[in-house]
Design a protein around this ligand. Sequence first.
Ligand code: NAD
Ligand code: UGA
Length: 484
Amino acid sequence: MVQEDYPRRFMIKNICCIGAGYVGGPTMSVIADRCPHLNINVVDLNKKRIEAWNSKDLTKLPIFEPGLDEVVGNTRGKNLFFSTNVGESIKKADMVFISVNTPTKSRGIGSGEASDLRWVESCARDVAKYAEGHTIVIEKSTLPVKTAATIKSILNSVKNSFKDTEKSFAVLSNPEFLAEGTAISDLENPDRVLIGGEDQDAIEALANIYKSWIVDEKIIRTNLWSSELSKLAANAFLAQRVSSINSLSAFCEETGANIDEVSKAIGLDKRIGDKFLKAGPGFGGSCFKKDILNLVYLSRSLGLDEVADYWESVLQINNWQQKRIYKKIVSTLFGNISNKQIGILGFAFKSNTNDFRESPAISICRDLLEEGAILKIHDPKVEAKDIEKALENEFSDIDNCNNKKGRDQCGYFVVEKEIEKTFYDSHAVVILTEWEEYKIIDWENFTKNMIAPSWIFDTRNVIDQSDFKSNNCNIWKIGNGIKN
Ligand code: NAD
Ligand code: UGA
C-alpha cells in the first residue's frame, strides 16, 4: 500500500525519536536512509551525546557499530537531524518513537527487579504537552507488559487538563530486536518487525514505513500486550540458551567432553538450531539481565512464583559462570594471585561494540582485583575512561588502594593500547571478548615474555588449538574437558 492510500491524518511526514542511544540513533538512521520522503528528528536531553551524533568526523559518533558511519553520512543534514530540542520536535511530529532507557529500579518497590519507568513517563508527559493534532506514539523501548495503558492514561489526562480538544493519540508497541555489533544489518534485514496495537490505521501507517524495505510477510501485527511480552520473551529465550550451554560447559570440563563439539551436534538438529550455542564467560549487555529481572518481577506480581523461579535460574547460572571462571583462574595460579600480573583481553560485552554495560569482564576483573591481582586490560573499542568508570576508579592506581576498606593488599589495573604488552611479565592472559584481533595472535612470540608456568584462559574458545604453539605456556579453554 502506498502512502497516498491513507486518510490525511495518517500520512506521515515528520518523525520524532526521543532517545539518541544504541537503539534510537541506528534505528532512525536506517529509517531515514530507506525513507528519503520522511523528516526525522532524533532528540535527547544529553547534550554531549547529541554533539557527538553531529560531529563532522564520522569516527566520533557516540556509538560504534559496523556500517553506522555510512548510513549517518548518507542522511544526516538531509532528512535526519539530531538535536536537544525535544518540545519543538514533538510539536512538528506526526509520529513519536519513545526510545529511552528503561533500567532496573535501584530503590523503592520492585528495587533490583522492576523496570524504572521514570524516563518513559517523562516522555509521555512531554508528548502530551507539546504534540499538536493527531500523533501516533510508539513504544520502541523495552517495557513491562501493560505499559501502553500507562502511556495512554498520561496522554489523555494531560491532554484533558490542557483542555485541548485538538489533540488525539494512538499508542503502538514496536519493540526493537537489533543486537549490538550487527545493528545496521539487523535493521536493514530483520527476521521480523512486530507492531502491537488496537488502532488499525495507526498500525498500517507504521507498517507502511517499514514496507519501504521489508516485505509485508515479515511485519507481524498483534495486540499490544502480546507485542510487549514478545520482546521480553525473545530476550529471555536467547539468554536461556546461553545459560543452558554455559551450564554444560562446566559439565564438559568435568567429563572430557568438548562444548564446541556438543554445540555442533545439537545445533544441527533443525528443531534446536545452531544459534546462541556458544559457551562463554556469561551473557552481558544492557538488556538480557534487566529484561529477565522484569519478567521475574511481573510473574511474581501476578502470583506466578514458579514462572518467576524458572526464569530467575537463567540469571543464577549466568552469575555462577562468571564466578566459576574467576575461581578457575585463581585455583590454577596456585590459589594465590596477590601481586601477580594478569593480562585481560577484551572488556566489551561482545565483539564489534564499544558497549561494556553488564559485561562479564566487569565482574571477573573486580573479583581478580579483590584478590590482589595487577591487571593489564586491553580492548580495541572500549575507552580507558569507560573501563575506569566500570571498575569504579577503586582499583585504578596503586597509591589509592592501600588501606582501603582495611585491606592490607589490593590489586590495581592499567589499560594497555597494545595487545602484546598485556603479555609482558604476566602469569596469565584471559580472553574475555571474542574480538577478531585475538584470534590471530602470534602465540609463540607473545607468550615468550610471560612468567612461567604461564597460562592462557580462553573463555570464548577463540583459539584454534592447532595454532597454539608455545614452549612454556599452558592453555585452558572453556568447556574443554581434555586435560592439558
Ligand atoms: P541508551 O541509554 O543508550 O539511550 C537512551 C537515551 O535516552 C539516552 O541518551 C538518554 O539521555 C535519553 N533520554 C532519557 N530520557 C529522556 C527524555 N525524557 N528526553 C530525551 N531523551 C531522554 O539506551 P538504549 O540502549 O538505546 O536502549 C533504549 C531502549 O531500547 C531500552 O528500553 C532497551 O531495553 C531497548 N533496547 C535496547 C537494545 C540495545 O541493543 N541496546 C536493543 C533492543 C532494545
Ligand atoms: C540482545 C538480543 O540478541 C537482541 O535481539 C535484543 O534486541 C537486544 O539484546 C536487546 O534487547 O537489547 P545484544 O545484547 O546486543 O542483543 O547481544 P547478543 O548478541 O544477544 O549477546 C548478548 C550476550 O550473550 C553477549 O554477552 C554475548 O557474548 C553472549 N552470547 C551470545 C554468548 O555468550 N553465546 C552466544 O551463543 C550468544
